[in-house]
Design a protein around this ligand. Sequence first.
Ligand code: PCA
Length: 199
Amino acid sequence: MKKLLLTGFEPFLNFPVNPTMKVVEELSGESIGEYEVIGKILSVDFAKSGKELIDIIESVKPDAVVSLGLAGGRHKITPERIAVNSNDGEADNSGRKPNGEAIFTDGEDGIFSTLPIRKMVEQLKEAGYPAAISDTAGTYLCNNVMYHGLYHFKRKGINVPSGFIHIPASHELAIKHGKVPSWSQKDLNEAVKLCLQCL
Ligand code: PCA
């Protein structure tokens, strides 16, 4: 069976839980289409997260990589179109505050997702889940991790579909946070599963 690496993130900033962890926990070990899902959780740390992803890719040798991140405030499932070569935004979980510097000094400005993002959005909407392609993953850790994966496969010349999907808050997080729209965790899990079925 082929291997699909599915990553989530730990909690960060003012989000005390990260629903991506529960999605990963739920889907890890499942067989979806021709893939077995291998779930891992990444730190929210500019010095560590990208390296963690690459180390996992090198040991697991997955046939596809889908990374998940929370986009607190978004109300749709949003597969990302492009990762940009810049770290910026708020301080990470170790207190490191980036200033717009390049992720890789020899990297191109942007790298497009190699996931079937249009198909994912179509399938989600058909199943009744609000979804749209997003044209920016921001410049925080989600973009950083997406860029790391795409850069890695491009440099190695390996044809492995790789990319990123942002998901909204869960109800649990919305209750704790107070100011974000939310989905049930069950719908988040199902929606991500649908995206993986598109591979
Ligand atoms: N979302 C953040 C980082 C971790 C996460 O789940 C982001 O959108 O960059």
